[in-house]
Design a protein around this ligand. Structure first.
Ligand code: AGP
Length: 592
């Protein structure tokens, strides 16, 4: 989704804004722009396409402004083009706005403004904000913003500057993320933390309804009515190196390779019980896991572990389905909301609604200070560091580590289970050591149009996750399915042109999955398998096999998912696609 960056300091704002914008690229975008207060006037430059286009058009311009705002746009209202790119200005050109989110009542506001003779230049919902601020402006930008906010419906964050007060940026968070960065004689505002890591690690995440008045040497935060709020900055533990590519061709590849360390870091905290929760999971009538996308797949794996070890009903639902599904929830339920970003609108709003119905909400997030973190009763962190690739990889395995730790937390021999979990990072290293062989297998299938991914029991969510990775970054249609369900429909798709990737570790359903493989072979399907290295039977029935070290059946997802991540990565890279910023996708989905 769109990304916002703002700077007020002593250095050339354009350099800070461009660096921040590059670090927001991963959120997904189609155009970018900046607005600077240059010699008492607003200077705007915007371009369709990559940030480098914007850099090219700014090249050689002697820009000295030390206050400005920047934006990456992911089109919602109005096609991607220069006119619709942000920043947007009012009719006088003295006010400039950047915005992330949707103003739901923009048509109504636009008509009202047009009736007063105001001309619109873009098709965006954002432009109404610039005109409204202009209408209410009487010499104080903060006051004008406080008057405008109650008129706006929807979920949004925006930042505004005016040449009439060239030293300040006013920012608002209402549903969409906005964080403030505190520097030394300079201050920042951005949609998320990685954009600010080159400049500061002292961060104040804004809450919904809060407004920041950011100046070169001060940061003041207000509620929607204009009352001052005192908020402490948090020190984020992430460093700038963790948000760099570090020699890898893509962030996704780096993040796949980071997994032994990130899972290790996550496990450490849970082995030492750093997290202690003030309740026993078995005291609840049921556990309901809510999440989207990859986090949902992690939740599915977690539900198998929890059903097995907690012996209470554990259900998993897409957060986007839960919210409107009349699911009965009450104070005897524990809702586990899983979200890497902690900002996914569907997950946040379903967690809030479960909380309103009396459930206890425990969230698993990767971003400290994110909305879900603040809105939940309890939070557990996944400690994976910043994940920049749009396709989630390392956060999936860290989520698994937390879920497994929770599932076994009450067992008398918990330490034995945690010891087994602690041995996983080492085995993940071994799987990564096979990357070249995985690449060879992957490239054989790079020109396919369709693929089926099968798995059963714990390997079913892994198959779903593998198929999602392939779809997301290589644009090859892939369907994840429970292996046992294949005969109930998808078997009709199988012929000599259909590659079927089967996740088949030697676990409780292994024999059944071998039968499913036979069903595929009988119909001349091409079987690619991921299973234990020494499994000769699997080797014999597969056209291509990727081996992982033998491990306790509980822990197989940590290992079997890695070949699937790499399989998707190598195909997408071979096809010359934009692995880290796949088309149409946003890293953080802040709209419902
Ligand atoms: C995963 O590769 C996707 N980018 C996407 O499905 C993602 O997992 C989903 O949007 C949920 O995000 P969250 O974990 O930040 O809530």
């Amino acid at each position: 989704m769109c990304g916002i960056i703002g700077y007020a300091g002593k250095n050339p704002a354009v350099l800070v804004l461009l660096e921040g914008l590059e670090r927001l690229e991963y959120r997904g975008y189609d155009s970018a722009g900046v607005a600077l207060i240059e010699n008492g006037r607003i200077f705007v430059e915007k371009k369709v396409g990559k940030i480098r286009e914007l850099i090219r058009s700014l090249w050689g311009k002697p820009l000295k402004a030390t206050v400005g705002i920047g934006h990456t746009r992911w089109a919602t209202h109005g096609e991607p083009c220069e006119i619709n790119a942000h920043p947007h200005t009012d009719s006088t050109g003295e006010i400039a706005v950047v915005h992330n989110g949707i103003i739901e009542n923009y048509r109504e506001l636009k008509e009202k403004l047009q009736a007063q003779g105001i001309q619109f230049t873009s098709q965006t919902d954002t432009e109404v904000i610039a005109h409204l601020i202009s209408l209410y402006y009487q010499g104080d930008l903060l006051e004008a913003v406080i008057k405008v906010v109650p008129e706006l419906k929807g979920s949004y964050a925006f930042c505004v500057i005016t040449s009439r007060e060239p030293y300040r940026i006013v920012g608002v968070r209402y549903g969409n993320p906005l964080v403030v960065g505190i520097g030394d004689g300079e201050n920042f505002v951005a949609s998320d933390i990685p954009a600010l890591l080159p400049f500061t690690r002292h961060i104040i995440p804004l809450s919904d309804g809060e407004i920041v008045d950011l100046r070169i040497d001060s940061v003041d935060i207000y509620d929607a009515e204009g009352n001052r709020i005192v908020k402490e900055a948090i020190n984020v533990p992430w460093d700038i190196i963790s948000a760099e590519r570090g020699g890898f061709k893509h962030f996704m590849l780096k993040e796949i390779f980071e997994q032994p360390r990130t899972v290790g870091d996550t496990v450490k905290g849970y082995v030492s019980r750093d997290y202690l929760l003030p309740f026993n999971l078995r005291d609840f009538r049921r556990i309901l896991i809510l999440a989207c996308g990859t986090s949902y797949h992690a939740g599915l794996v977690g539900s198998y572990w929890m059903n097995k070890y907690l012996q209470i009903p554990v259900e998993v639902m897409y957060a986007s389905e839960f919210r409107y599904a009349d699911v009965p929830v009450n104070e005897r339920d524990l809702v586990i909301a899983i979200s890497q970003s902690g900002e996914t609108a569907d997950t946040r709003y379903s967690a809030i609604s479960a909380k309103e119905k009396g459930a206890t909400v425990l969230s698993l997030v990767n971003v400290m200070g994110s909305a879900l973190d603040r809105e939940s009763d309890y939070t557990l962190y996944t400690h994976a560091g910043p994940e920049i690739g749009v396709a989630a990889t390392k956060t999936f395995t860290s989520q698994l580590a937390v879920l497994y730790s929770l599932a076994v937390s009450h067992l008398p021999d918990r330490d034995r289970f945690m010891e087994k979990l602690s041995s996983v990072p080492h085995m993940m290293e071994e799987v990564l050591g096979e990357a070249e062989q995985i690449k060879k297998v992957a490239l054989k299938y790079a020109n396919r149009k369709n693929m089926l991914y099968l798995g059963r029991y714990l390997s079913y969510p892994v198959a779903l996750e593998g198929a999602l990775k392939l779809k997301e970054i290589s644009y090859i249609h892939a369907e994840g399915y429970p292996a046992g369900e294949m005969k109930h429909g998808p078997i009709a798709l199988i012929d000599e042109n259909m590659p079927v990737l089967v996740v088949a570790p030697r676990d409780r359903v292994y024999e059944k999955v071998l039968s499913n493989i036979e069903e595929v072979l009988t119909r001349r399907g091409l079987v690619i398998s991921v299973g234990f290295r020494d499994d000769e039977t699997l080797t014999k029935v597969s056209k291509d096999k990727i081996g992982v070290p033998e491990v306790d059946e509980d822990l197989t997802p940590f290992l079997t998912v890695i070949p699937l991540q790499l399989f998707a990565y190598y195909i997408a890279d071979h096809l010359g696609l934009d692995v880290d910023q796949p088309r149409n996708l946003a890293k953080t989905v802040t709209v419902e």
